[in-house]
Design a protein around this ligand. Structure first.
Ligand SMILES: NC(=O)c1ccc[n+]([C@@H]2O[C@H](COP(=O)([O-])OP(=O)(O)OC[C@H]3O[C@@H](n4cnc5c(N)ncnc54)[C@H](O)[C@@H]3O)[C@@H](O)[C@H]2O)c1
Length: 442
């Protein structure tokens, strides 16, 4: 498919944000390939649009550094692209020419009107349906044929389509964080999404070398459909434990189980902190209306939010305080609801280990097995041993694994995912799990 006609003028809304900045860079790589690599005669413009002018200025530094990295990694290809430019002798000259040429295609803007010339509009503003609908309907009135690719992580695309009157010109294009590195892309067609837009979006995703997983247009899609329910399960388990152990130990125990005994890259509460207590709460809020028979909220999250304990990251990427406090990425303290303060991890660690009781003698760590070709054998041995143990820790882990599997299966049974393999791909790729939730281990 010829991507050029649609890629000549593209806008990214929310370009200075976490996701928007990455999407912008990915689009620049594509446009560079068309303009410089394939020597297209067309002019290309990529509009980086954000309400925050200072953030747009910072964005350009980030984009430049990403382009330099990309150029260094792909220097052989770039040398071919610039082979007819005799002035460029060494690699550094080629890299700098590439960065200059690509940077020249970016236009920054704080004005929504900038999108009126674009055929494609990528959107990564905050997770707020009414704001997305307001912006899209304004753009639609002034640019009727534009295609919208929204990065929403939970809002049904069909609702945005209907409320903004988009006549099928929208598709969910759900990148994972950080978009430049993360291979996964969930693609969500709503009932009205046009085939031409869908075909284009798939061709673009393939060109970006993404792993594409289609999801049905159901709030939360596959990724958050699993993660949010997994998080609620963990909060409920912690709440039960807190009755006897207190909140700090309860948080710590469930986090430990979900990381060490489920062999995941991080515990569930650390993941909530990473995503943001606030963002988790917003995603649940936006999913709730689609599931009237399911409680998609938790008092603990609401109370943490009210206490301004929100997690997320500082601009330098370091972790803000959430359910845990961190130093250099490591948990140092745990929030205790009963005491309304953080307690040191060291003060509770021994008690938590005693409470967990017997654990498998075979020690396996996510980091060491995740890329090991014998991963499945290690996991099988480990979980076999886990199943044979009857301790608090082992039983919590078994129940956790079974629940995660049930969530995955529910997503297949309700056709949110087309297959168990798709659910597993989302968790293995988007969440870096060593194995998918639908497995023979639980
Ligand atoms: N952060 C993640 O891990 C993640 C992953 C997948 C999807 N998403 C989704 O991506 C979207 C963006 O999330 P984020 O984490 O990048 O948020 P963010 O807060 O980092 O970025 C949002 C950006 O939008 C800008 N913005 C706000 N209102 C605007 C407006 N009216 N016009 C133009 N720009 C505006 C903000 O200034 C900010 O730069 C959300 O829908 C979110 O659910 C996030």
């Amino acid at each position: 498919m010829d991507l050029v006609p649609k890629m000549k003028n593209v806008s990214v809304l929310g370009a200075a944000g976490k996701m928007g900045s990455g999407i912008l860079v990915l689009l620049l790589f594509e446009i560079a390939r068309l303009k410089i690599g394939q020597k297209s005669k067309e002019d290309f413009v990529l509009n980086a649009i954000d309400v925050s002018q200072p953030a747009l200025l910072n964005l350009l530094g980030y984009v430049r550094s990403q382009l330099e990295k990309h150029a260094e990694k792909n220097i052989v290809e770039l040398r071919e692209w610039y082979a007819d430019n005799e002035k460029l002798v060494d690699n550094e000259e080629v890299i700098q020419q590439f960065v200059t040429d690509v940077m020249a295609m970016i236009q920054t803007s704080t004005r929504i009107e900038t999108t009126y010339e674009s055929k494609l509009i990528f959107e990564a503003i905050k997770e707020d349906k009414s704001l997305k609908v307001k912006l899209f309907s304004q753009i639609k009135q002034n640019n009727p044929s534009a295609w919208f690719l929204t990065n929403t992580s939970s809002i049904p695309i069909g609702e945005i389509e209907k409320e903004a009157g988009l006549n099928g010109n929208i598709l969910g294009y759900h990148f994972y964080n950080p978009p430049v590195i993360q291979k996964l892309l969930e693609i969500i067609k709503c009932d009205n999404t046009g085939n031409e837009l869908n075909d284009f979006a798939i061709a673009l995703a393939k060109s970006m070398r993404k792993i594409i997983v289609p999801s049905k247009d159901v709030a939360g899609f596959i990724g958050n459909g699993h993660f949010m329910r997994d998080a609620l399960y963990a909060l409920n388990q912690a709440e039960k434990l807190a009755e006897t152990e207190g909140w700090a130990k309860a948080f710590f125990i469930i986090d430990t189980i979900s990381r060490d005994l489920l062999v995941r890259p991080m515990g569930i509460f650390q993941l909530i902190d990473y995503v943001g207590v606030d963002v988790t709460k917003f995603i649940l809020n936006s999913m709730q209306p689609s599931f009237p028979n399911e409680l998609l909220s938790h008092d603990v999250l609401n109370q943490l939010f009210d206490k301004e304990i929100k997690g997320g990251q500082y601009a330098d990427g370091s972790q803000k305080d959430g359910i845990f406090k961190y130093q250099k990425g490591r948990i140092t303290h745990v929030y205790d609801f009963d005491l309304e303060k953080y307690v040191s991890k060291e003060d509770i660690e021994m008690d938590c280990a005693a409470k967990l009781g017997e654990l498998p003698t075979l020690k396996i760590y996510w980091k060491t097995i995740v890329r090991d070709k014998n991963k499945a054998d290690y996991l099988l041995k480990f979980f076999k041993e886990l199943h044979a143990i009857d301790s608090v820790g082992a039983n919590l882990a078994k129940d956790y694994g079974k629940n995660s599997k049930a969530i995955g299966q529910m997503l297949v049974d309700t056709h949110v995912a087309e297959s168990a393999a798709d659910v597993n791909t989302v968790l293995e790729t988007g969440f870096f799990h060593a194995y998918g939730p639908i497995n023979d281990y639980f």
